[in-house]
Design a protein around this ligand. Structure first.
Ligand SMILES: Cc1cc2nc3c(=O)[nH]c(=O)nc-3n(C[C@H](O)[C@H](O)[C@H](O)COP(=O)(O)O)c2cc1C
Length: 379
């Protein structure tokens, strides 16, 4: 390895004493490839086969926890006992590569797809005419909290090293946090404390399952998006209060979902400072942060870690393009890292068919494609 990149391979010890072997994390990536019943498919297996190699942690694709939250075709599931065997295979596949296997727990809320709900209602914190989602009842809210707990129980029994609660990218937990989508007037909506009640109750429920199993070494992370556009969207001030509440919980890490690692604060705080720097400052060492967003090369990953704003750097698109990214860095082959997909090399990347078709069409959230213009997402 080029000594320059050694900081990326320094171990990190979480507050529950678990050591992560390095600072490189595979960002969660939905691959649209699980079987229709949410179990591991052959194409998914191929996609996961090498990508965890030499990575500190591998966070799985958003994995469904309640049947009324399914937001993707081919989404993996942890909604019932029958999926335990498949979850065990996924955990095994990732751990065999030497990485910590983290299952991302997800409910789509109003972003669920009607055609995937088997006739069930689409649900959200409040009625949403645009998507046809209806407001959850209190009993249903408690049921979904239970579903997060059940999925955690499955994850522990399946052999995962941890779970990441998906509170980002506009899905159900974020819908509760945001006054744009949460217009409830009961204890689950209204002021910030009420809007945080659901996400924090999910954290407590997940933590209680870990305690029940007496598995303090099981990792729990929380992923959030720090700001939303729109007049009533989440502001940085609200996010800092949320981060403060999360810092009081027995979590191991926070993961800030960004499309640009260096994105500055939009409003509600000093807009000359980056979102990650501000959150890091707020945490003041109480919890480590994972940062992400358009980091493609070894030099870019190192520069991001060198900012001191994060303890880990996560990579999505570059791991799609470079299935052995961490190994290339570790073995000093950084000149082999590429930054665009070659659409002619269909079989080279082991990207499942549906995701590959989307990639070749091109999109701001997907990897750059050779010979095509590419504009990053600016959110
Ligand atoms: C194909 C694809 C699927 C994604 N699926 C998820 C997901 O399941 N859960 C999630 O939290 N983020 C998801 N994301 C967002 C990534 O985790 C990451 O935050 C984003 O791609 C920015 O990082 P990058 O520039 O390294 O790709 C996905 C991104 C891509 C490209």
């Amino acid at each position: 390895m080029n000594r320059q990149f050694l900081p990326l391979f320094e171990p990190y010890r979480f507050n529950n004493n678990v050591e992560i072997k390095n600072r490189l994390v595979v960002a969660p990536m939905t691959h649209f490839a699980s079987n229709p019943d949410g179990t591991l498919s052959e194409q998914e297996r191929q996609f996961l086969q090498h990508r965890a190699q030499d990575m500190g942690m591998f966070i799985t694709a958003a994995t469904l926890i309640s049947e009324n939250g399914k937001a993707f075709h081919g989404q993996p599931e942890a909604t019932k006992e029958a999926q335990l065997e498949s979850l065990s295979q996924t955990a095994e596949l990732l751990k065999k590569q030497g990485s910590k296997a983290i299952l991302q727990l997800h409910h789509g809320g109003k972003l669920a797809l009607s055609e995937l709900l088997n006739g069930k209602d689409k649900v959200a914190p409040s009625d949403d005419p645009e998507t046809g989602a209806r407001a959850l009842t209190e009993v249903e809210i408690k049921g979904i909290i239970e579903d997060f707990a059940q999925a955690t129980d499955l994850a522990i029994r399946a052999g995962f090293d941890g779970v990441e609660i998906h509170g980002a990218n506009g899905y159900l937990l974020q819908q509760f946090f945001s006054s744009q989508s949460n217009r409830r007037t009961d204890q689950w909506g209204g002021d910030l404390a009420n809007r945080l009640r659901f996400p924090l109750a999910v954290v407590d429920a997940v933590d209680a399952v870990r305690a029940k199993h007496q598995r303090p070494e099981f990792i729990i992370g929380y992923r959030l998006s720090p700001e939303e556009p729109g007049e009533n969207g989440i502001t940085m001030t609200e996010t800092l209060a949320f981060v403060e509440a999360l810092a009081q919980k027995t979590l191991q890490y926070l993961h800030i979902s960004l499309w640009d690692f260096y994105k500055k604060v939009r409003r509600g705080s000093d807009s000359e400072i980056t979102r990650l720097a501000l959150i890091h400052q707020q945490l003041n060492g109480r919890l480590p942060l994972i940062g992400v967003g358009n980091l493609f090369t070894a030099e870019q990953l190192l520069a991001a870690l060198d900012t001191g704003w994060v303890e880990f750097v996560a990579v999505g698109k570059s791991v799609m393009i470079n299935p052995t990214l961490a190994t290339l860095i570790k073995e000093g082959k950084t000149q082999e890292i590429i930054t665009a997909l070659d659409p002619e090399k269909t079989d080279h990347y082991q990207i499942p068919d549906t995701l590959w078709r989307l990639c070749v069409q091109g999109g701001a959230w997907l990897p750059p494609v050779k010979g095509k213009d590419w504009q990053p997402i600016d959110l």
